[in-house]
Design a binder for this molecule. Structure first.
Ligand SMILES: [Mn+2]
Length: 321
């Protein structure tokens, strides 16, 4: 999908550019933000990346020096939001984003609300990193090893290592070119998909112990509350990967994972094999994502959030019969 020339012009004309990824950033958001910052600096621009803190597994990514946490009252006139489906996903940085005279929104989520002045939402792309790869081509920016590492990381994160249905020929073609820059892609796959901290394994054990099945085992629900997180001695950033483990159980069509970030601040993730559209499920509670992977937040207790979700799924499943 071609970029609107207005987006290309905006990027070319602004010197200082703020790049923001979604809250609780994942591999695609981090990879896309850092790749874009590295590319813009090759055009002699001054990029700044706003990202919330993220897990140590991404320490190997180049471009960390562009990251700033403090964005308030930023005077930067051109803002680019990446991989963020709506204003809420941009998080607190939206205050400054919204004030800027030029706002660009680049994403691949179908549920994107087109909140930017210029919007480039390519739902056929596997990841925002794949879109940034295309953007670099349109901006005539030469790839290098550092950029390739960031983009490759984003693409494999969102495609689950080229196995999700979102993976297209374009993702493989981009990856083929990226690995020609000669980095250790096996290490990146390991870092993203297999390496686990001991705390993460303990969280996983707890989550598995907590699983409850509904609808003849088609729906698997699990959760970890704040007390359990504190007792196991870690924090919520080490909860990655639990949802896909639950989804992998034979016979499970829909997996639900809830954790309590703080009291009355519940984060929910959903995975589906397509039997129900979890993007719609998340949207019913103010969230978003994709048909097979999505998420949302609740400002309720864990059991209220759980009951609301289970009831919604019950209605969806009985509707289809
Ligand atoms: Mn993404």
């Amino acid at each position: 999908m071609k970029f609107n020339p207005d987006i290309i012009n905006a990027i070319k004309t602004h010197e200082e550019i703020a790049i923001v990824g979604h809250i609780n950033p994942d591999g695609d958001a981090i990879g896309a933000c850092l790749a874009l910052a590295l590319s813009l600096s090759k055009l002699n621009k001054k990029p700044v990346v706003f990202l919330e803190p993220f897990g140590e597994q991404y320490d190997f990514l180049p471009g960390h020096s562009y990251i700033q946490q403090d964005f308030y009252e930023s005077e930067i006139s051109c803002w680019i939001a990446l991989d963020s489906g709506d204003e809420g996903r941009v998080g607190e940085a939206f205050v400054d984003y919204h004030k800027a005279p030029c706002t660009i929104n680049i994403d691949h989520h179908k549920s994107n609300t087109l909140y930017g002045m210029y919007n480039h939402v390519d739902e056929k792309a596997s990841s925002t990193s794949e879109i940034i790869y295309n953007l670099m081509e349109e901006l005539d920016i030469e790839l290098d090893q550092d950029i390739a590492i960031c983009l490759y990381t984003g693409i494999i994160y969102d495609t689950g290592g080229f196995k999700h249905s979102s993976t297209g020929a374009a993702a493989h073609n981009a990856a083929a070119r990226l690995i020609s820059y000669g980095f250790n892609f096996s290490d990146i796959h390991h870092e993203l998909f297999s390496a686990r901290t001991y705390t993460n394994v303990r969280f996983l054990g707890k989550a598995i112990e907590n699983i409850e099945f509904y609808h003849n085992g088609q729906v698997a629900f699990t959760s970890i509350d704040l007390e359990e997180i504190n007792r196991l001695g870690g924090d919520y950033k080490e909860l990655e990967g639990i949802i896909s483990f639950v989804k992998d159980i034979s016979g499970v069509s829909v997996a639900i994972f809830l954790y309590e970030k703080e009291k009355q601040d519940i984060k929910a993730s959903f995975r589906s094999d397509g039997a129900i559209d979890v993007c719609k499920l998340a949207a019913a509670f103010g969230g978003g994502g994709h048909k097979k992977a999505s998420g949302c937040s609740f400002t309720t207790t864990m059991s209220e959030a759980k009951n609301a979700i289970i009831e919604h799924i019950r209605q969806e499943l009985t509707k289809e019969v």
